[in-house]
Write a protein that binds this ligand. Structure first.
Ligand code: F6P
Length: 489
């Protein structure tokens, strides 16, 4: 099966023929901003972008996304298009503009205060606000118009991403029944009972049943979706084919666990630049001679960061011999900060860090450092390289690509991964030290186990995980989806 960019490009050419490839996501892969009067181009902290950017670089086509940077408008042409990546020019980014009210209702509102908590088992209540819902519908329609404009009258495969666009597939199908539509839902799909509390559930399901192919990260999420539609609408739910027939249209439901460009990450991790960058960081952060723990996450309540800090606290209580010897770096950009739960989480983490550092700190050493930046991929590789242990402790996560990026960045094998059982990645990365992040004692034991793991065992476990990540990289993921959908053409 295809696992490199050239092969993916030829599969796309062969399978799609004359069809245009149009990808739609909320988050754009390149954001242009003025920072202190200077024009900067950044890539956002997003698993979706990490996985899809190499795919679009390989395949070409058009990526339709929200233009969120303060300089974005200045760089597009009359059709709101710009060719990216900036110095390579592999594909076209079409930016869609949203007003503040639209962003409020659609992104901060319905997508991230309703669907995000509804789909994650994080014990945060979803908010059901009719204004948010109306805005979500209107913004889905706005994106539908942008896609239809890009397609023109040509045949096209539209590849929709994530929970921001549950209504888009039906809107597209109603206007252009000949379009091939695939949708990848990057987050979990909850069980039927959890989904049933959404007052607009049936409309969301009808929207998604406009797809020809609907992909989830795991078989469990496919099963949950099938059970949710079964009985909710007038459907024929075919468990043998894993398909739903709704008003004469058939939607296939399939698991496609997503990956990263592991080969490119590994290659860069072994380059002289990455080695020099790691040494520089070690020096700047005063980490020489320290054992280093690392967390890299958007600051989100699904990521289990408070539990991680509590486990470090418990670990140091039980093993004071690690004082001044172990430092934990938590890297991560502030995310969705207009939402109260996210503000509260940032405050909680700050207070936890201050308390834990006060309790265990000695001389100039403190155990937890928070670095709230959004780092370019190369810098993240340098952070991955300096870690003895990386901790991914999500309380619920459909996949988690940080775990896969970390493994890819450590072909040397001299490190350990602590991974939550509640992250989809745990299915493929069973050689990680698996934890229940809610079990603080067990989590603290896992930190000790990872830090004291014999060299040979670390190398054996990392080699197996490295193999698993390399075998299911992002090109293979895209190939599977394109192959499956092209059979329906
Ligand atoms: O996990 C879902 C997801 O869309 C990811 O694909 C991505 O990493 C993250 O959420 C990004 O969130 P946002 O675009 O809201 O910053």
């Amino acid at each position: 099966m295809t696992d490199d960019p050239q092969q993916l490009r030829s599969v796309v050419a062969q399978r799609l023929g004359e069809k245009k490839l149009i990808l739609v996501s909320n988050r754009e892969p390149y954001v242009h901003d003025y920072v202190g009067g200077e024009l900067k181009c950044t890539t956002p902290a997003s698993g979706l972008v990490t996985a899809l950017e190499p795919v679009m670089c390989a395949c070409g086509g058009t990526w339709v996304a929200h233009g969120s940077g303060n300089a974005d408008r200045e760089l597009v042409d009359g059709e709101n298009r710009i060719i990216v990546p900036p110095h390579a020019g592999n594909y076209c980014l079409k930016r869609v503009w949203l007003s503040k009210a639209e962003e409020e209702g659609y992104y901060y509102g319905f997508a991230n205060q309703t669907l995000w908590p509804l789909c994650h088992l994080a014990h945060t209540r979803p908010r059901f606000d009719a204004v948010h819902w109306r805005t979500y519908k209107a913004v889905n329609w706005k994106f539908a118009q942008a896609v239809l404009q890009e397609a023109g009258s040509d045949p096209a495969l539209v590849f929709v991403q994530d929970y921001h666009f549950a209504l888009l597939p039906k809107m597209l199908k109603e206007n252009r029944p000949d379009l091939l539509i695939a949708h990848f839902w990057h987050i979990p799909w909850p069980n039927r009972e959890a989904f049933a509390i959404c007052p607009w559930g049936n409309e969301l399901l009808e929207g998604l049943l406009g797809n020809d192919l609907l992909g989830f990260q795991t078989q469990q999420h496919c099963n949950n979706f099938m059970r949710t539609v079964d009985g909710a609408l007038e459907n024929i739910v075919d468990y043998e084919q894993f398909a739903v027939l709704h008003r004469g249209h058939r939607t296939l439901v399939r698991p496609f666990p997503i990956g990263v460009d592991s080969e490119a990450i590994s290659r860069y991790a072994q380059s002289p630049e990455a080695v020099a960058h790691t040494d520089r960081l070690k020096h700047e952060l005063g980490l020489s001679g320290q054992m280093v723990g690392l967390g890299v996450d958007r600051i989100d309540y699904t990521k289990g960061i408070p539990e991680r800090f509590l486990a470090i606290d418990r670990f140091l209580e039980r093993h004071p011999e690690y004082q001044k010897k172990f430092t934990f770096l938590q890297i991560g950009p502030v995310s969705r900060i207009n939402i109260n739960e996210y503000k509260a989480l940032n405050d909680e983490l700050y207070h936890l860090m201050v308390d834990i550092n006060h309790k265990h700190g000695a001389d100039r050493w403190t155990p937890i450092h928070m670095i709230k930046g959004n780092y370019p991929r190369e810098a993240l590789v340098a952070f991955f390289r300096l870690a003895d242990v990386c901790i991914v402790s999500s309380v619920d996560d459909a996949m988690n690509l940080v775990a896969k990026e970390f493994v890819s960045a450590r072909p040397d094998g001299n490190a350990a991964l602590i991974l939550s059982r509640f992250a989809g990645a745990a299915e493929e990365l069973s050689e990680a030290v698996l934890v229940n992040p809610y079990d603080i004692d067990g989590f603290a034991d896992a930190i000790k186990q990872a830090l004291e793991m014999p060299q040979q065992e670390k190398e054996r476990r990392m080699a197996r995980m490295w193999q698993a990540v390399a075998e299911n990289n992002t090109y293979k993921w895209a190939t599977k989806i394109i192959t499956e959908i092209s059979r329906l053409a």
